[in-house]
Design a protein around this ligand. Sequence first.
Ligand code: ATP
Ligand code: MG
Length: 584
Amino acid sequence: MRTSQFLLATAKETPAEAELVSHRLMLRAGMIRKLAAGVYTLLPLGQRVVRKIANIVREEMDRIGALEVLMPMVQPAELWRESGRWESMGPELARLKDRHERDFCLGPTHEEVVTDIIRNECHSYRQLPLTLYQIQTKFRDERRPRFGVMRAREFIMKDAYSFHASQACLEATYRDMHGAYEAILKRLGLAYRAVAADSGNIGGKTSHEFHAPADSGEDEIVFSTESDYAANIELATGGVPEPDDQAEPLASIPTDTGEATSIEAVCGLLDVSAKRLVKTLIVHAADDSGAPGEELVALLLRGDQSLNETLARQLEGVGSPLRFAEAALIRERLGCAPGVLGPLRDLGIRIIADPSAAGLRNFICGANRHRHHLVNANWGRDCRFDETAHIRIVREGDRSPDGKGELTIRRGIEVGHIFQLGTKYSEAMNASVLNEQGKPTVMHMGCYGIGVTRLAAACIEQHHDDRGIIWPAAVAPFDLVIVEIDAHKSEAVARKAGALYERARQAGIETLLDDRDRKTSPGVKFAESELIGIPHRLVVSPRTLAGGGVEHTCRASGEKSTMDADAALALIAGKLTESLAGSA
Ligand code: ATP
Ligand code: MG
């Protein structure tokens, strides 16, 4: 490709709205342009990168036997009513009506559509297992679209769905997918971690997220220093905290704490650390369907800890989504204000304590009395809990739940997410096959997503410097840029650059020839080649020709050397093979 015929839409200015380096560089390098909030055009340079990522994803899906399909983006509401998600999805699901007033939505994901296909096409266990995938545009009306294609409303995802006659078979495909995701991320040159994850509104129990560690990541991921424990912070649990150093139980003292109701105020007044307090939160218990019902449940944490709402709503008997009780309801049912609540023995509701609170002695908690707290409260004598459960957000330095090492926390970009859905959709949508005994059996399902456009952004977050993008070889929009200088003055330069371009192309090296005329200065050509991050650059100028050839620069290391054209092409071809093999 010749730059003079390419849409190289680079920009010098850093766009004000772009907070993330990947967003800034994608705009400045001319990869994307915004059409509306969270809706982007992929310009030629961006599309070349996305196509490479999509091809790697496709190759790895094909390798594990998944079959490519293309499902419609527009989906009828009936299917979503069958699964129950038409009601439960909320405003992220973009809904529309056709001219006959029939309801449709823009697909944010395709569990319903694919389950409908399979229940119509598959009737016997002999047709299973089966994995279908597609690389397709999704639409989610995100509350806060931002960071360019990292959190867009319209974006490209690879989504795959597997169908099985048994849970064991699902688990085998899940392992294959896990391996395929690792292969994809390695080939893309991304550092990554797979972590245990919450399955959110998609459903199912076992799920893993693949994260590209980056300071700009929106998620926090937790690892053990000494074992392979790794989880999203939403799901991470810590070991039991060190035992309380308080010795014998002291006599409890009901204490007038006046207007002090917050943890800070009570600590300030009594001059103690928040670690000595027990904090009592009241939420709604689950009704028969699992949703928040009439009954209340108390959740206890140490004063310095925060509630992990994902873990709390997963507790048996706690309503999901988590709903905190209103102050008026607490007054009516429990007889005091939320700020003076405590887990006293006579608090007439179920009480669940985090181990951090359950391990305390001589602690301070609300006395369930206007203006009062109980000092030197102890379990059994003054207070009670019915059970313990890990419901706090873990912190750096907490013990790992497997007892090996301490937890560390890093930020990550979620690039992929795989789920064992079990029978959630197949049951709701009546998707079954006849088993070996000829009896109908509900299919087991898995689903597996990877963000193709988000991967492009994640690559840039991990590979850039202050001059621009540094593409890993496998996803670079071009392998090589040839910059010709003063070709309008020197016939030799024009000829040499043209010949080099032809030879590089014949050698299978994807090449951009910067043949722009003298209106574009050498400085601009150099800066732009670095901004768009092409791995190799060859400069042809009167000076390099006088020096015996062309000047090669490696974008990643900055190393420069002058050599003859043959040597340069051999070097580049060799390095490309090496880096593609290294990341494969
Ligand atoms: P997030 O927590 O970031 O919203 P999610 O859990 O909603 O992600 P999934 O439903 O598991 O995401 O989608 C699979 C993959 O699609 C994600 O791992 C991510 O790479 C990509 N993805 C999801 N939402 C977006 C978005 N708004 N913009 C770009 N990519 C996205
Ligand atoms: Mg989401």
